[in-house]
Design a protein around this ligand. Structure first.
Ligand code: BGC
Length: 488
C-alpha cells in the first residue's frame, strides 16, 4: 500500500527539534505549545510555531501507538470502519490515507500486540547494563524449544532449558525482520517494566549497503549503490528511529553494524568490495549516529572486530583514527562505546599465548588484553566515551581452530561468561559481557553451490553440514552447551 502525506514536502523544510513528547515526535516534529490549527491530516492537527510545523496536542487518542506504525502507516484517529483486513490487522481510511485500526481503543492487533502506552522519558546515565533487568528474546526461546524437541539426552535437555533464561541480542538483519522484531519486542519489554524496574533490550543494527564486504556468508539485501544507500536511510534507519523515539521510557542498547568499521581499518586496499562500500559505510554511520545518538534512553556501541583482527599495533593505531573520525561525523549524536568479539570465538583470557611467532607478534592475543590496549589507544586519540561490551556467547572453550582467523562455525565451541554488567573488578570501562551472536545460529552455509558460500565455511575446523548464516544449526548448538564454561 502506498500513501501520500500531503504535508511531507513542505514539512521537510522544517527543522527537527526535540521538546515535550506527543504524536508528532515520531514524525520528526516538535509538539506545539499553543493550539492554533493551520492544517489537519491523518496524523493529526498541525500548527506553525517559530516558522516550523508542530503537532497540536489535543487529547489522548493522537498519542496512541499501534501496529501499523512500523509498517509506515498512521493509526486511525477517528474511524473504526474496516475497509480491508490482512495478516497485519484491520485497515481503515482517513483523509484518503490507509491507517491501522486500533482494536477496542488499545494498541492491539497485527504485529503490534500489547496495550501499553509508552511512559515518561528515561535517561541512561552511565552503564546501561547496570541495575536493569535483561529482556529475554522470545524468538530465541522458540528456537531453543524446537532444539529441545530434537534431543533425547536428558542432561543435554536440562542444559538447553537453562539457555531460555539468558538474554541475547535481537538482530535486525534486514528491513522485514526489523519491521517484525523491533516494535513488538520493545512493546513486550515495556509491558514487563514495573515501577522503577527497567527492562533493557539489545538490538543489532545490521543492514549496511554492501554488508560483509570482505566475506560472503553474511552479504545483505542492500548493495553498495546510491539507491540502496537511500533505502538504508529511509526504510531502515528512519523507521528504527521512529520506534526508538516512541519507546522512550525504557533503556535500549544498539550494537552497530558488526564487522563494518573493522573492514574499513584493514580491508579497503585489499578487497575491492570494501573499497566500493566505504562511502556508504561511513555515510551510513554518520547518518545513524546523528539520529540515534541524541536519544537519551539509547546507548550505542560500535563494533571493533576482535583481538586477532585489530589487535596488532599498526591496526590499533589506524583504528583509533577511523573510529574517532566516525564518531565526530555523527555529532551531535553520542556513542557510549565499543563492542568486541561479536560472533567470534576468541577467548576472554588465554594465558598460554603471548606476543611471539605463535601469535604473529600480536600483543593482544585475547579479548581482555585487546580491550586494555584499545582503551588506552582510544582515550589518547581523544574519544570521550570509551566503554566496552564483550560478546561472550561462544568463547568459553578454546575451539579447534588452528588459526585465529577462522570465524565460521568452529568445532569445539562452548558458551562463555553469562551476560552480566560490570563483570570484571578493576576494569571499570567494561560495561558488560553479553550474548550478541545467539549460540546455535549459523555463521554461514557449507553448501559450496550456495550464492553466499564462503570458503571459510568449508575449512577443516568449520562444522558441516552448516545452514545459511542466521539459520538454526542444531549440532553447533549442542556442542556449545556441552563445552559451556562456566558449565550450565
Ligand atoms: C547473519 C544474520 C543473523 C546473525 C545472528 C549473522 O551472521 O548474517 O542474518 O541474524 O548472524 O545469527
Amino acid at each position: 500500500m502506498k500513501t501520500v502525506f500531503a504535508l511531507a514536502a513542505i514539512a521537510a523544510l522544517a527543522s527537527k527539534v526535540s521538546a515535550a513528547s506527543c504524536w508528532a515526535n515520531r514524525l520528526g516534529y516538535q509538539c506545539c505549545k499553543g493550539n492554533t490549527v493551520v492544517y489537519t491530516d491523518s496524523d493529526g492537527k498541525w500548527g506553525v510555531e517559530n516558522g516550523n510545523w508542530c503537532g497540536i496536542v489535543d487529547g489522548t487518542q493522537q498519542n496512541a501507538t499501534c501496529w501499523s506504525q512500523p509498517l509506515g502507516y498512521p493509526c486511525c484517529q477517528s474511524t473504526s470502519d474496516v475497509i480491508y483486513t490482512d495478516s497485519d490487522g484491520d485497515w481503515g481510511v482517513e483523509n484518503g490515507n490507509w491507517c491501522g485500526i486500533i482494536k477496542g481503543g488499545s494498541t492491539g492487533g497485527g504485529t503490534g500486540g500489547g496495550s501499553t502506552t509508552p511512559g515518561e522519558q528515561y535517561t541512561i546515565s552511565g552503564n546501561p547494563f547496570s541495575g536493569v533487568e535483561f529482556y529475554i528474546n522470545p524468538y530465541y526461546v522458540e528456537e531453543v524449544d524446537n532444539a529441545i524437541a530434537q534431543m533425547t539426552d536428558s542432561s543435554l535437555k536440562a542444559k538447553a532449558e537453562k539457555m531460555k533464561t539468558y538474554p541475547n541480542a535481537i538482530w535486525l538483519d534486514n528491513i522485514k525482520n526489523m519491521q517484525s522484531w523491533l516494535q513488538p519486542n520493545l512493546e513486550k519489554a515495556l509491558a514487563q517494566q514495573s515501577g522503577s524496574k527497567k527492562v533493557l533490550t539489545v538490538f543489532v543494527v545490521y543492514d549496511l549497503p554492501g554488508r560483509d564486504c570482505h566475506a560472503m556468508a553474511s552479504n545483505g539485501e542492500l548493495l553498495a549503490n546510491d539507491s540502496d544507500a537511500q533505502r538504508y536511510k529511509t526504510e531502515y534507519i528512519d523507521v528504527i528511529e521512529e520506534q526508538l523515539k516512541k519507546y522512550k521510557s525504557q533503556p535500549i542498547v544498539l550494537i552497530i553494524e558488526p564487522d563494518s568499521l573493522a573492514n574499513m581499518v584493514t580491508n579497503i586496499e585489499t578487497t575491492p568490495a570494501c573499497a566500493e562500500s566505504q562511502d556508504y559505510y561511513f555515510d551510513g554511520h554518520a547518518y545513524l549516529l546523528k539520529k540515534f545518538g541524541v536519544l537519551q534512553h539509547v546507548a550505542m556501541y560500535l563494533d571493533i572486530g576482535h583481538a586477532f583482527w585489530l589487535g596488532w599495533d599498526d591496526n590499533r593505531e589506524k583504528a583509533a583514527k577511523v573510529y574517532k573520525k566516525v564518531i565526530d561525523s555523527g555529532s551531535p549524536g553520542k556513542v557510549r562505546g565499543f563492542v568486541d568479539n561479536v560472533a567470534n570465538y576468541t577467548p576472554w583470557e588465554d594465558p598460554t599465548l603471548s606476543r611471539g611467532p605463535d601469535t604473529e607478534w600480536n600483543p593482544c592475543p585475547d579479548e581482555k588484553r585487546y580491550l586494555e590496549a584499545m582503551y588506552k589507544d582510544f582515550t589518547s586519540a581523544g574519544i570521550k566515551s570509551v566503554y566496552f561490551v564483550s560478546d561472550s556467547s561462544r568463547n568459553g572453550h578454546k575451539t579447534d581452530r588452528k588459526h585465529p582467523g577462522e570465524w565460521c562455525n568452529q568445532t569445539g565451541v562452548g558458551i562463555g561468561a553469562r551476560p552480566q554488567a560490570n563483570p570484571i573488578s578493576g576494569m571499570d570501562y567494561l560495561d558488560a559481557f553479553y550474548w550478541i551472536k545467539p549460540l546455535g545460529e549459523s555463521d554461514g552455509t557449507s553448501d559450496e553451490s550456495a550464492e553466499r558460500y564462503d570458503g571459510y565455511c568449508g575449512h577443516d575446523t568449520a562444522m558441516k553440514p552448516a545452514p545459511e548464516a542466521g539459520q538454526w544449526f542444531q549440532a553447533h548448538f549442542e556442542q556449545g552447551l556441552e563445552n559451556a564454561n562456566p558449565p550450565l
